[in-house]
Design a protein around this ligand. Structure first.
Ligand code: KG4
Ligand code: ZN
Length: 349
């Protein structure tokens, strides 16, 4: 399983994939949202260097990511992260096999910075350029520093997406279901804001929830027509109405109980549907991906399946949230990539 890529200047063929007899070193860039990241990964799995410049502090002032500000910060950080990744790896650009970058989905202005920096680097050093889909890459984060192999059922939960993906082979990622409205991380961040927690709220809500009672309030689980689809906008509204009702008499909001009840509702929905998909297709390996895969309750629920004969895998925390190592891994394993320097960024799938 090898894919042919061409070097941009000399037009030389370079073959990349798990069947390669030579070691493949891919330098990748990620800039789809609020992290500017660069990494070098050997043979799709072994992380040689991984650098992330986070913009969280800047966006915290605004309570969320401001696209225009994000793009400017990527521009300030992009050369620095490339230099750091090379320095940490002790490698020279000549020793790299290829250069990859996220093409989309994401914020257009932000994506443009990483993509153009990667294209420029590829042209300067005459290395093949590989354009990667960010969502496929979140699934590939499971291959990093691990021996995980398909077939597997993946739950991808991030700030922008919620999907159940059946991975039959390295090449085939089939989306079985997804959210029809808000993404899991988005709802986490919005509910966290209602509770007065700082951006990015998901992690802060996750930290608060264990001190509350998850059965304090029964929140609605939406019924959707697609067997493996999700809908979370009703849950978001229900939490908003609940907080209004609880504080109507001027009483203090029982934040911990609301956080715990919300966390129980959303994580059990994600867990039940993913398990149903795994059962339906007879897949015994379930993997997690995306920023929300760092969530303690999601991990707890899924890892409880080990007793029932399932194998569960989640990337290390730093590879759950946005990073460039997963982009390098996707560039190595997948074939739905491109080496066209003409490729444009895209914001939505
Ligand atoms: O994958 P990611 O880094 O960026 C996107 O591609 O969207 O995901 C970021 C999302 C944010 O919404 C953040 O609040 C959420 O992941 N998040 C969490 C946790 N850690 C990060 N949500 C719930 N629990 C966590 N522990
Ligand atoms: Zn992401």
């Amino acid at each position: 399983m090898l894919k042919e890529f061409k070097t941009p200047i000399s037009g030389k063929s370079v073959f990349i994939g798990p069947d390669s007899k030579e070691d493949i070193y891919i330098l990748a860039l990620e800039s789809s949202c609020d992290e500017t990241a660069c990494a070098i990964v050997k043979n799709g799995r072994e992380v040689i260097s991984n650098v992330v410049a986070s913009q969280i502090k800047t966006h915290r002032m605004f309570g969320g990511v401001v696209p225009e500000v994000a793009a400017r910060e990527h521009l300030d950080a992009v050369n620095m992260v490339i230099e750091s990744a090379l320095e940490q790896s002790h490698m020279k650009p000549e020793e790299l096999t290829a250069v990859a970058a996220t093409v989309g989905p994401g914020l257009v202005g932000s994506l443009l910075v990483g993509l153009n920096a990667a294209k420029a680097f590829a042209v300067t050093h005459d290395k093949p350029f590989i354009g990667v889909n960010h969502l496929n890459a979140h699934v590939c984060a499971n291959y990093l520093n691990s021996d995980i192999e398909p077939p597997m059922m993946a739950l991808l939960v991030s700030g922008g997406h919620t999907q159940i993906i059946k991975v039959d082979s390295y090449l085939n990622q089939e989306i079985l279901g997804e959210t029809i409205d808000d993404a899991t991380g988005e709802v986490y961040d919005k509910v966290a804001r209602l509770l007065g927690l700082d951006y990015p709220g998901g992690l802060n809500l996750d930290r608060m929830a264990p001190s509350g009672n998850p059965k304090a309030y029964i929140l609605p689980k939406a019924k959707v027509s697609g067997e493996f689809d999700f809908s979370f906008s009703g849950l978001k509204t229900a939490v908003l109405n609940l907080t209004k009702k609880l504080t109507a008499n001027g009483e203090a909001l029982p934040k911990e109980d609301v956080a715990a009840s919300f966390q129980e509702c959303i994580t059990s929905t994600l867990f039940e549907k993913t398990l149903k998909a795994a059962e339906k297709y007879g897949i015994k390996l379930i993997v997690l991906g995306g920023g929300v895969a760092a969530n303690s309750e999601i991990r707890k629920k899924f890892y409880s399946l080990v007793d029932k004969g399932y194998k569960i895998h989640a990337p290390e925390m730093k590879y759950c949230t946005d990073n460039a190592s997963m982009i390098a891994s996707a560039a190595y394993f997948l074939t739905n990539t491109t080496d066209s320097l003409e490729i444009e960024v895209f914001s939505r799938c």
